[in-house]
Structure formats: structure tokens, C-alpha cells
Ligand binder design. Structure first.
Ligand code: NAD
Length: 357
């Protein structure tokens, strides 16, 4: 295997400049080129991180660097599908930011295309890399909970100013490295898709599917409220999974500045229950036989740099893709696609199979 790889970062806004570009430029095995249709964005990123090569399109970058092996895609949600397809069609490995894409059909198409091209799709989720999550997953994999029967998946996070189109409100807390998100990225439904569902429930739902891989949504009913914005801020879904398990999935983006919120999954199985919170790091397990275990909160740092690090290891070392588009990505898109359709029809249940008709 080669000992160096060249990666294109496509979309050089807030998240690319806060997480992916610093992680990749710090990696001695990686060369980085930047792609963004807005030259101001790519040049600001290039200047900050000492990168020489910036391009207005992936095609231009590939013409100049035919040895690019992978692309990190961090563009607004409405563009995920088109850009990801371009990356896969070029035969490149793909690190695609959450929420993967907006529609289940698009997710399936990308998964099939990646398989056909023999490349990986790593979805940019972060929580599964945290130690408490790995500990929780081990216990589920060891079968300690038995069959999963009931789940609550709950997330609260500081996002409402994004939906109001006022990302500068979070500058004092988030300390944007180069730039915050564009004002339209999360506030304009034509750019963002939805709000809290596509920006945040995508994290908690993916964590649920990651922890309990046998879960897959079959029918979803959902209610959403926009508060004073044009996208959903408060969400409540009821879900039946294909294995008969039932789940509630809920979230709000309206918590105070500086509040870390919660990202809690509580799995109840035929042999016991397990609660994990990605923000505090608390893990609590209580089995029907009386066994009890508690991992105390450690408030782990947000592992923003790990997806890009893992992406390089997948390309150079053939490392396992732990957060594949075909599972964590696709199943989460299915849940959200069905939820948005249900909420648009006053909570009418939507069957996941209907998303593919
Ligand atoms: N994993 C996480 O924790 C996390 C955190 C924040 C954001 N994100 C995700 O990162 C992605 C980007 O969000 P952001 O806040 O950085 O947005 P942003 O508005 O800061 O930046 C988006 C950039 O993409 C560029 N762009 C737009 N269309 C493009 C196209 N077709 N091709 C190439 N570039 C294009 C824009 O010019 C802009 O520079 C989103 O999917 C978001 O959900 C992930």
C-alpha cells in the first residue's frame, strides 16, 4: 500500500474549516486540495491552513490532480446528493457529512454506486467514536440486553439561531476557526432541507442504529414545530421497526447558549436496559437478573477530527469503515425522510418501503 494519499475537501465553510481541513493538514500522510464554488471561502481556508491548491469544481481539481483518492464533502444539505454522486462516479472514496442525503432513494442510489465502483462511503457522524458509546455498543453486541423491544432517542442542542439565520449569535460559544455557516445554510428550507431533523436528529438516530444494528424503521409518524423559524425546531416521531421494536425519537434545538444539551439513547430489551448519553458520557445498564453497571459521566470532548482521520486510514490502511453509508447513513435517511413526509401530512403514518416507490 502507498504511504500517502491526496484528498479533496469539497465545501470549505464552517465545518470543513473547523474539523476536516485541520485534521487532514495535521496528518503527515495526507495532501489536501480545496474545492468550493465560492473562491473567497476556499482562499480563506487555504490561507489559514497553508494550502496551495484551490479549485472552483471537483472536475477542475481532478484535472490538475488525477491522483486524488478521496473526497470529504461538507456542503449544504441540498447539495449532498449531487456532489456525492460526482465523487463516486469519479471512483473516489467518500467521506460525506451528515445527514448523508435528504431522501432515501438518493441514499440507496449512492450506496449502490459506491458498491459498483468498489469505494467506501464513510458518513461524518462523530458520536460513535466516543469511548462511552463503544462501551455501550460492546454490551449490546454481547447480547446482554436480549432482543431490543423499546427505545427512546432524545436530543437537545443549541441550534435555534442557525434556523433563525443568525449563526453569528453562536460565535462567542463556538469560536468559528475561519467562518461560521452561511446564514442560509440552516435557515432556508431550499438549502437546508429541514431543520433539527436534518441537522441534529440525524446524529441521535444514527447513534441508535449504530448501537442496535438490528433496528431499521418500517413505519414512522411524526409531528414537528418550527417555532419562529422556517424549518423544524421541535420534533417528535413514533416509529415501528422492522423487527417489531417501537421507538420514540424526539428533539429540540431551543436550548440556551453554552448548554451542551443531551444526546440520549435508552434501549430496552428482553433481558435488560441500557442508557447512554453522548454529551455527559454516562452509561447505565440494568439487567432483568439484577446486574447493574454504571460508567460515570466524563463529558468527553467532541471528536470533530476523527472522521477525517479514519477516512485516511480506510484509504491507506484498508481500515474497517465503522460508519458506513449502507447502514448508519441509509437507515437514518429512511427514518428522517419518512418523518418529514409524515409531519407534512399531520402525522399520517409513512411506510419506509413507500419511499422507494
Ligand atoms: N459532523 C458534524 O458534527 C457537523 C457539524 C457541523 C456541520 N456539519 C455538516 O457539514 C456540512 C456543511 O455545513 P457548514 O456549516 O460547513 O456549511 P457552510 O455554509 O459553512 O459551508 C458550506 C460551503 O459549501 C460550499 N458549497 C455550496 N454548494 C457547493 C457545491 N455544490 N460544491 C462545493 N461546495 C459547495 C459553500 O460555498 C460553502 O463554502 C453540512 O452537511 C452540515 O450538516 C457537520
Amino acid at each position: 500500500m502507498s504511504d500517502r494519499t491526496k484528498i479533496a475537501v469539497v465545501g470549505t465553510g464552517w465545518w470543513a474549516t473547523a474539523a476536516h481541513i485541520p485534521a487532514l493538514t495535521a496528518n503527515p500522510r495526507t495532501d489536501v486540495v480545496l474545492v468550493d464554488p465560492n473562491p473567497n471561502a476556499s482562499q480563506a481556508a487555504a490561507q489559514k491552513y497553508g494550502i496551495h491548491d484551490t479549485y472552483l469544481s471537483l472536475n477542475n481539481a481532478l484535472s490538475a490532480h488525477p491522483d486524488i483518492q478521496g473526497a470529504v464533502v461538507a456542503v449544504p444539505h441540498h447539495a449532498h446528493y449531487t456532489v456525492a454522486k460526482e465523487v463516486l462516479q469519479a471512483g473516489l472514496h467518500l467521506l460525506l457529512e451528515k445527514p448523508m442525503v435528504l431522501y432515501a432513494r438518493h441514499a440507496k442510489e449512492l450506496v449502490d454506486l459506491a458498491e459498483q465502483k468498489g469505494v467506501e462511503i464513510l458518513v461524518g457522524y462523530t458520536y460513535p467514536y466516543l469511548e462511552p458509546l463503544k462501551e455501550a455498543r460492546k454490551r449490546v453486541e454481547d447480547g446482554l440486553l436480549g432482543d431490543i423491544e423499546y427505545v427512546t432517542c432524545s436530543m437537545s442542542s443549541m441550534t435555534i439561531e442557525f434556523y433563525r439565520g443568525k449563526p453569528a449569535e453562536y460565535q462567542p460559544v463556538m469560536q468559528y476557526a475561519v467562518t461560521g455557516p452561511d446564514v442560509s445554510t440552516y435557515s432556508d428550507p431550499g438549502v437546508a432541507g429541514g431543520g433539527q431533523g436534518h441537522l441534529q436528529i440525524t446524529h441521535s438516530a444514527a447513534m441508535m442504529f449504530h448501537l442496535a444494528p438490528e433496528l431499521r424503521a418500517e413505519v414512522v409518524t411524526a409531528f414537528m414545530g418550527n417555532l419562529d423559524t422556517r424549518v423544524d425546531v421541535v420534533d417528535a416521531f413514533a416509529v415501528r421497526m422492522t423487527n417489531g421494536a417501537v421507538a420514540t425519537v424526539g428533539s429540540t434545538g431551543n436550548i440556551g447558549k453554552g448548554d451542551g444539551g443531551i444526546v440520549e439513547i435508552h434501549l430496552h430489551g428482553s433481558k435488560g436496559r441500557l442508557l447512554v448519553d453522548a454529551i455527559s458520557g454516562l452509561v447505565y445498564m440494568r439487567l432483568h437478573d439484577g446486574t447493574e453497571e454504571r460508567i460515570e459521566p466524563t463529558y468527553p470532548a467532541y471528536p470533530a477530527e476523527i472522521p477525517s482521520q479514519r477516512f485516511v486510514e480506510i484509504i491507506l490502511d484498508g481500515a474497517k469503515n465503522e460508519i458506513p453509508g449502507a447502514h448508519d447513513g441509509l437507515y437514518t435517511v429512511e427514518l428522517l425522510d419518512a418523518a418529514y413526509r409524515s409531519a407534512a401530512q399531520e402525522g399520517t403514518p409513512v411506510r419506509v418501503e413507500s419511499l422507494y416507490e
